[in-house]
Design a protein around this ligand. Sequence first.
Ligand SMILES: Cc1ncc(COP(=O)(O)O)c(C=O)c1O
Length: 328
Amino acid sequence: MAGPGPVTGDVLIERIGQLEALSRPLEPDASERLALREPVVAYAERFLEALADLPAYHDTEDLGAGINKSRIGEGPGPIEPVLDLLREHVDGPGLNPASAGHLAYIPGGGIYTSALGDYLADVTNRYAGVFFGGPGAVRLENHLLAWVREVVGYPKTALGNHTSCGSLANMIALATARDAWGLLGKDYDRAVLYLTSQTHHCITKSLRFLGLGQCVVRQVALDHRYRLRPDDLAQQIREDRSNGLRPWVVVASAGSTDVGAVDPLDAIADVAAEEDLWYHVDGAYGGFFALTSEGASRLKGMERSDSLVVDPHKTLFLPYGSGVLLVR
Ligand SMILES: Cc1ncc(COP(=O)(O)O)c(C=O)c1O
């Protein structure tokens, strides 16, 4: 039986033409871009202008469930109904971290110039994952990391990377600590990690993600201001060692989520050095207070850690999601 004949140049060109016509809506021309951009910018302006009077929390009847009724189709549609959906079901209900009345919890204001930066990054879409692909983009990331390194007092030799959030940055820190200590699967159930009841839950979650769920997790006692007690840390390490366990990591908070407690970072660094532990500081919330003189003095000792996390989308008010991990 004869198979399909060879595809001729004409047929190929016709097919490419059809595909080109099909995908054309993905590449709007200048006037189409303007028609899309204007209502989007107007939406943003209305949001920003109303911000001073918007409540910090908006309770709606269905809490955004109406978004599920929107149709996800293949064809193009006008922008206005999409913006209506956004206003009613996404930007309406719940917490508005950019509201002037939002005083509680950790700030998440959003900075307009950063939003414009995000816009340009998405339009140009440079790849920052490999130097060859985006040398300037990679240098930009490293340049920002070098600035963070200086803010927190880390040495020039420190390295790191930019992540989408503090949780991911903390997870990479624990993976680094595991590899730096050469922990293998057979060691996990003897390896001990020390934290407190105030440690952010992403730390224990990271252990599970990393397959380190068998590790022993100790809660160190707190003082009257919810800070880790270095004397209790030292004692628990000694007891664990004498019981044949392998003290591995201590996690200190540079600003705890619930109460903003800053653990005694210098004293913990002493214990970690003496006991040969990996010292990780979670400064997702508080690390950037090192930019102020009072913050810098309260955070003294943070610079002695082996790894450190800060979250630009918290204390620097940048748009979500932006985290940074540094490793000494
Ligand atoms: C101290 C601390 N660590 C880690 C995190 C997790 O950060 P993210 O929400 O960016 O993953 C938070 C978030 O509130 C935090 O307060």
